[in-house]
Design a protein around this ligand. Structure first.
Ligand code: ADE
Ligand code: ZN
Length: 326
């Protein structure tokens, strides 16, 4: 359609994408074969059929299992290269991607193998597609504070390739306050800070992300809408929210795309962006997310341009680089 062609042509930045969540079933099988890893599925179709989730934890269980095929530097490079090829096709010119080092170090894969592979993929994408990218190291919030500190120590030799720390995994029962000290230590190392908050968790978790983690950007943030004072604060502080429509649908954060709050967020004056979260698991890359939200909520071209513009304004590019894109 006209609108999908318009979306496809819009230059955009992607700010909320877990690289492990871009592992397509085809690559999962290829890596399983290459590494001699058993996976509990007979076919690509069987894998896709298993991607039916009733909440965040349901998804996380299968997502961490899928990541088990990632073993070598080449695996991480191939994973990143596949994402960037796909993102380039969607008009993404800059991507700030999450990775979950603890998912790998806890399986005996070294932090350095992960970093060498991902940064090789990033450098190739810059050369092949002209896509710039930055890495965001996420702490797994279901693990403890000491494990997060140990991960931050592993990251110290790589600070020149890491832009920010983030917080992901099981939100309920793992409030941001659990990681206040490790985020403070990350800030002291010069890292920026983001956190998943208000995806399943209450508005109080968003307040904690702002007050205790001092985040520069908020991932999801949907449940902020339940707290008018919080909305006002997010607008006043020009906080960027990285919203993920297809993820919200697949993880039952919304019951139906027709109920998605993206336009209410825009109307409230929030600096919202559209992102793919875990594209291989949720059925689409960034343009599919724009298209699904636009169709369900009747977004017009002006709103789509605002969303794309917000993606650069909310990025960690320099002011000069932002100005070149907006
Ligand atoms: N890890 C990967 N995707 C996630 C999400 N949407 N929420 C929390 N943790 C995640
Ligand atoms: Zn996410």
């Amino acid at each position: 359609t006209d609108l999908s062609a318009f979306i496809a042509r819009l230059p955009k930045a992607e700010l909320h994408m877990h690289i492990e969540g871009s592992l397509e079933p085809e690559l999962m099988f290829a890596l399983a074969r290459r590494n001699g890893v058993e996976i509990p599925f007979d076919s690509v179709e069987a894998v896709r059929a298993a991607y039916s989730f009733s909440n965040l934890q349901d998804f996380l269980d299968i997502y961490y299992q899928g990541a088990d095929v990632l073993r070598t530097e080449e695996d991480f490079r191939d994973l990143a290269a596949a994402y960037f090829d796909r993102a380039a096709a969607d008009g993404v010119v800059h991507a700030e991607i999450f990775f979950d080092p603890q998912t790998h170090t806890d399986r005996g894969i070294s932090f350095d193998v992960v970093m060498r592979g991902l940064t090789a993929g990033m450098d190739e994408a810059q050369a092949r597609h002209g896509i710039s990218s930055k890495l965001i190291l996420c702490f797994l919030r279901h693990l403890d504070e000491e494990a997060a500190f140990a991960t931050l120590r592993l990251a110290e030799p790589w600070l020149h390739r890491i832009e920010a720390v983030g917080l992901d995994s099981s939100e309920l029962g793992h409030p941001p306050e659990k990681f206040a000290r490790v985020f403070e230590a990350a800030a002291a190392l010069g890292l920026k800070r983001v956190a998943h908050a208000g995806e399943e968790g209450p508005p109080e978790y968003v307040h904690q992300a702002l007050d205790l983690l001092k985040v520069d950007r908020l991932d999801h943030g949907n449940r902020s809408l339940e707290d008018p004072g919080l909305i006002e604060r997010l607008v006043r502080e020009q906080m960027t929210l990285t919203v993920c429509p297809l993820s919200n649908l697949k993880l039952c954060v919304v019951g139906d795309m027709a109920e998605h709050p993206i336009d209410r967020m825009l109307d409230a004056g929030l600096r919202v962006t559209i992102n793919s979260d875990d594209p291989a698991y949720f059925g689409g890359y960034v343009n599919d997310n724009f298209g699904a939200a636009a169709e369900a909520r009747g977004l017009d071209r002006e709103q789509l341009v605002t969303l794309a513009r917000n993606s650069f304004l909310g990025s960690f590019l320099s002011e000069d680089e932002k100005a070149a894109h907006v």
